[in-house]
Design a protein. Structure first.
Length: 377
């Protein structure tokens, strides 16, 4: 197999430029692989699409990308806001015009006037951050903020029975949250949402801004410019991967430390879900006290067997949570990459700022910090 290495400079390649010859790689099989940093995903070569676009997750620095076929590959470094075009020649005759598209970094800190949009939310008994929303200027719905997803999602039942929506997947929909409005959104149909909600909206609606969640006052505030954040808050660098974002934390059992990446997912209603790939690699104890065995369902209604065990400590920067129930998956991680998951029952214990300008999470314990867990020994 041959590999081509390319560095994408100041000017991106575009298919509109007929004078510029695009790189060509070969393939005898339509199945290929894309490697985006540490994330590997399958790709199906499609000559019908012109171009066939792979959109990168948010990156703050140049990202190494690999496109690998059964007989050839290409490697390129792409800066935020740039794109790279190339051709995959399938079976020596069919040209698949392919594009890596990196989204530009957005930052609303210089927008005038400075905006601080405030929503009041209800923290439900299932740890959902629920707010009122208006879809397409006609349908008032209860939606939850889900930091572990992107876009706007509504359940099939709600689309059918509570809205006038007929073409959810067309980018033509309008969303209003308080004074904030978005146009040209697609609505992704799902089977389930959090109990008592009609759907959910993801973190990317606030990219380039700062989201403040104050659980003590039930306030959800979106800032165009970062407000003053007290020194009581601990800072955690954000790692973006597969359109989602993670922070670093660690588990402690019997004096041993198990640091790892944790998906920041308040849409997951429980405490922490442990990735078996990580736990096996770190030799995380397999003899922890079992609290419960149960079945969870994801947004598509798929059943996920889960065993809940007692984890001695969860350490997040300077903060320690003791005897945290931890869910062990018996199936592939639904995040589709190696990560533990921080859920709503842990995250609700912290007031927070999600800074999508400087790409930092700030956490401070609140009045829920010592609340008993729903599942405990």
């Amino acid at each position: 197999m041959r590999t081509r290495f390319l560095l994408l400079g100041l000017a991106a390649c575009t298919m509109a430029s007929a004078q510029q010859k695009l790189p060509v790689i070969r393939a005898n099989n339509a199945k290929a692989t894309i490697i985006e940093g540490a994330m590997r995903s399958d790709w199906y070569i499609s000559p019908e699409a012109k171009p066939d676009v792979h959109r990168l997750t948010k990156h703050t620095k140049p990202q190494r990308m690999v496109f690998k076929t059964d007989i050839d590959s290409i490697v390129v470094s792409i800066k935020p806001g740039k794109q790279f075009d190339f051709i995959v020649l399938l079976n020596g005759k069919d040209s698949a015009y392919t594009r890596f598209q990196s989204m530009p970094l957005v930052n609303y800190s210089k927008k005038k006037p400075v905006q601080h949009d405030t929503l009041h939310f209800e923290l439900t008994s299932f740890n959902n951050v629920k707010v009122k929303a208006v879809v397409n200027k006609t349908d008032t719905l209860d939606l939850k903020f889900d930091s572990g997803t992107t876009g706007l999602l509504l359940t099939n039942n709600v689309i059918k029975n509570k809205t006038r929506i007929t073409t959810p997947m067309k980018p033509m929909h309008h969303l209003q949250l308080g004074n904030m409005q978005w146009d040209n959104l697609m609505i992704y149909p799902v089977e389930l949402s959090g109990q008592g909600t009609d759907g959910r909206f993801g973190w990317d609606l606030f990219d380039g801004k700062i989201v403040e969640i104050d659980y003590d006052k039930s306030l959800f505030v979106v800032h165009s410019r970062r407000p003053t954040i007290s020194k009581d808050y601990a800072a955690f660098d954000i790692e973006y991967i597969n359109t989602l974002f993670c922070i670093q934390a660690s588990l402690q059992v019997k004096g041993a430390n198990y640091p790892a990446r944790f998906l920041f997912d308040n849409g997951y209603q429980r405490t922490i879900m442990l990735d078996t790939t990580i736990t096996h690699a770190q030799h995380y104890p397999e003899d922890l006290p079992v609290i419960k065995k149960t079945i969870l369902r994801n947004g598509q209604g798929k059943e996920i067997p889960v065993i809940t065990v007692n984890n001695e400590k969860l350490v997040m920067g300077p903060f320690e949570l003791k005897d945290v129930p931890a869910q062990l998956l018996a199936t592939t991680n639904p995040a589709r990459f190696d990560t533990h998951i921080l859920g709503g029952e842990v995250l609700k214990r912290f007031n927070m700022f999600l800074d999508f300008q400087k790409n930092i999470v700030y956490l401070k314990p609140n009045t829920l910090y010592h609340q008993p867990y729903a599942e405990s020994m």
